[in-house]
Design a protein around this ligand. Structure first.
Ligand SMILES: [Zn+2]
Length: 190
C-alpha cells in the first residue's frame, strides 16, 4: 500500500519516515475544570484527516500506529500504581471499529484495557456542536468497574472536555481513582 501522508510505498498505512518526522508527537497538557489532567500529542489540525479514517479497516491500523508512536512512549516514562487500567471512552462500536478500544489495545503492556466498562447511553454525535448542546445532551455513562481500581481514560480527541469530565465523575462516584486522560489530539475551540 502507499503511506497515507507521503504516498510512498509502505507496509503500513503510515510509513516509518512520516512517523518519525511529520508525526513526531509533541506532548501537551491541559487541565480541565474538574482538575482532570489531559495529555495530548498532536494538534487537531495536523492529524484531522487521519482521525477521520476512524471506524474503517485502514483507520483501525492508523489509530494503532498513532497510539504506538505517541501514547506508548509517553506512558513508558510514567511510574504507575501497580495494576492500573486503561478505559477507552465509550467503545461502543458504531461502524466496525471502536477507535478508543484500538488505542487502548496498543497500550496494554502498561495499562490493562477494560473494554466496555464505561458505556454511554446517549450516542448523539457532538461533532460541530457547541458547548451548550454538549452540556444538555450528556452521555449518561454507566460504569461497570470494580471499586478501588486506578484508571487512565483513553480517547482520540478532547474538545470541550465535557465527555471526559462526565466519565471522570461517574467513575469517581463508583469509587474508581482516575489518574489522568490520554488523547491523540487537542481540538480546543477558541
Ligand atoms: Zn509517509
Amino acid at each position: 500500500m502507499r503511506c497515507h501522508l507521503c504516498l510512498q510505498w509502505s507496509w503500513q498505512p503510515l510509513c516509518k519516515t512520516c512517523l518519525s518526522t511529520l508525526l513526531e508527537p509533541t506532548p501537551a497538557k491541559r487541565i480541565l475544570e474538574s482538575g482532570l489532567k489531559v495529555y495530548s500529542f498532536y494538534q487537531y489540525s495536523e492529524i484531522a484527516n487521519l482521525l477521520h479514517t476512524k471506524h474503517t479497516y485502514i483507520g483501525a491500523k492508523i489509530f494503532a500506529q498513532l497510539a504506538k508512536n505517541s501514547m506508548l512512549p509517553f506512558l513508558q516514562q510514567f511510574d504507575f500504581p501497580k495494576g492500573a487500567y486503561g478505559i477507552p471512552i465509550d467503545d461502543h462500536v458504531r461502524h466496525g471499529y471502536a477507535h478508543s478500544a484500538v488505542l487502548a489495545k496498543e497500550l496494554k503492556s502498561i495499562l490493562k484495557p477494560l473494554y466496555g466498562s464505561l458505556r454511554a447511553q446517549n450516542h448523539e454525535t457532538y461533532s460541530g456542536q457547541k458547548l451548550a448542546f454538549r452540556l444538555s445532551h450528556k452521555r449518561d455513562f454507566i460504569s461497570t468497574c470494580n471499586e478501588g481500581i486506578s484508571v487512565v481514560l483513553i480517547d482520540d480527541i478532547v474538545t470541550t472536555g465535557t465527555t471526559l469530565q462526565e466519565a471522570q465523575k461517574v467513575l469517581e462516584k463508583n469509587g474508581v481513582k482516575v489518574l489522568f486522560a490520554l488523547v491523540l489530539a487537542d481540538a480546543k475551540e477558541n
